[in-house]
Design a protein around this ligand. Structure first.
Ligand SMILES: [Fe+2]
Ligand SMILES: [Fe+2]
Length: 131
């Protein structure tokens, strides 16, 4: 049960990061600030992902585990594309990348979190798993 709360709490932090990243894309871009926030976000996300993957292994739901792990890999791809764009330091290219891949990453993560939250609620209600 403690693990469910901890993952849910981290989802809230991730959503806050996504709002901040979206603000840079939609409203006001600042290379230094964006890079700093993005790096922080990636570190937070990586730790969250590892924790989740360990937790998912304890669940008796292979279909869900496979799907979520696949989505983690897909999200990793977006993060890589954005990191590579930032390394160029070339703002027009970075902005186009964020407009396309940045927004896609944000949408996919939001969708991914929604699916995980659905499962976590079910677990909480049914106590399908002993934690
Ligand atoms: Fe996840
Ligand atoms: Fe998650």
């Amino acid at each position: 049960m403690e693990m469910i709360f901890s993952i849910k709490k981290e989802h809230e932090t991730i959503k806050e990061y996504l709002d901040r990243l979206r603000y840079f894309i939609d409203e006001k871009f600042d290379f230094q600030e964006f890079s700093k926030t993005f790096k922080e976000f990636v570190n937070f996300w990586n730790a969250h992902e590892q924790k989740e993957e360990r937790f998912f292994m304890t669940l008796d739901n292979l279909e869900f585990i496979t799907k979520m792990n696949f989505e983690h890999k897909a999200i990793k791809g977006y993060k890589k594309i954005i990191s590579m764009a930032l390394e160029t330091h070339y703002e027009p290219y970075i902005k186009v990348t964020l407009e396309i891949d940045g927004k896609m990453m944000i949408n996919r993560i939001q969708d991914h979190i929604r699916k995980e939250e659905e499962l976590l609620s079910k677990l909480k209600n049914n106590l399908m798993v002993v934690i």
